[in-house]
Design a protein around this ligand. Structure first.
Ligand code: BV8
Ligand code: ZN
Length: 256
């Protein structure tokens, strides 16, 4: 049952921020960071693979892991949570979507101007000179559960390509982070969906909105809320909770 004050806040909101994490892609079959990683990766934890040191130490292992993840995204479809977020943008005067995810499922669901705080699987760049290859990237040639793959070479300097994501210990894109922080501090309502809120500075976004006076709602099967007023939790999968929230406030069934 969605609390009336939350329904009311969304109905009246002029500027809504949606802040998403891996959980919003879970119902598309994309493993979250907290899921035990399958195949070759069960011996590693994501945080140890998602670092420049890991790439330098074993480029083929790290590149293979990201190609496995990119392949899973290419084979996946946006789920009702992604669709509901894209639909929400059509109901509220202004919506800012900030994601920690490196997949393109928000875009494929129809969301635009998606702010990627941690980069994207779909924009590799040269580890040496930073250039991005201009050829669109095809499906990796290892469709099964991922394995070591030598990274391709840069056409400009023959350096090794790296995934276009932000690794642990690397700075976030300044403009993306500033835009996300500004939106959090000026919105009326922030929907945090599918995130364990453990990685900084991205994890600061919901707190910035709350301290600036916004209503904050956490959509998560295991929501973590630590404030009383103006903070709500919708305990359940995003693919169910978000369409429900939209239907109750705007009355339209969401597609899919
Ligand atoms: C930086 C891209 C400055 C790569 C990612 C000690 C204390 C505090 C901070 C630090 C510290 N030591 C180091 C740091 C900094 C570090 C950090 O925060 N570490 C953490 C582990 C403590 N941060 C950094 O290094 C950042 N950079 O600080 O730069 C700097 C610069 C130079 C030198 C020094 C410092 C960079 C961090 C970016 C890392 N890159 N992603 C890739 O994807 O491979 S992080 C990655 O994990 C995600 O992007 C995301 O941000 C994060 C957590 O994932 P979530 O999205 O929350 O997903 P998770 O699996 O955790 O949870 C899923 C949730 O979904 C759960 O809650 C679950 O219940 C829920 N769920 C499940 N199913 C559903 C669902 N919800 C809804 N519906 C469902 N169906
Ligand atoms: Zn190069």
């Amino acid at each position: 049952m969605i609390p009336d004050p939350l329904l009311d806040a969304l109905h009246r909101a002029r500027h809504v921020v949606v802040f998403s994490g891996a959980g919003v892609s879970a119902e598309s079959g994309i493993p979250t960071f907290r899921d035990s990683l399958t195949g070759l990766w069960e011996r590693f934890d994501a945080a140890s693979l998602a670092t420049p040191e890991a790439f330098r130490a074993d480029p083929a292992l790290v590149w293979g892991w990201y190609e496995w993840r990119r392949m899973k995204v290419l084979q996946a479809q946006p789920n009702p949570a992604h669709m509901a977020i894209a639909e929400l943008a059509r109901h509220v005067p202004h919506l800012t979507l900030v994601t920690q995810n490196v997949d393109d499922l928000h875009e494929r669901a129809g969301s635009t101007d998606v702010i990627h705080l941690h980069g994207s699987l779909h924009q590799p760049r040269c580890f040496n000179c930073g250039k991005s290859p201009d050829t669109s990237r095809t499906m990796p040639d290892e469709p099964e559960g991922g394995r070591r793959l030598e990274p391709p070479r840069c056409a400009a300097c023959s350096g090794q390509l790296r995934p276009g994501v932000v690794w642990f210990g690397e700075s976030l894109p300044t403009e993306a982070l500033n835009t996300a922080f500004a939106a959090a501090q000026s919105c009326d309502l922030l929907i945090s969906v599918g995130t364990s809120g453990m990685v900084y500075p991205a994890a600061e976004v919901p707190g910035l909105a709350w301290h600036a006076g916004a209503v904050v709602v956490h959509v998560n099967p295991q929501p973590q809320t630590d404030r009383s007023e103006r903070e709500f939790a919708l305990a359940g999968p995003a693919g169910e909770q978000l369409p429900l929230l939209i239907r109750q406030v705007f009355g339209q069934a969401t597609p899919g």
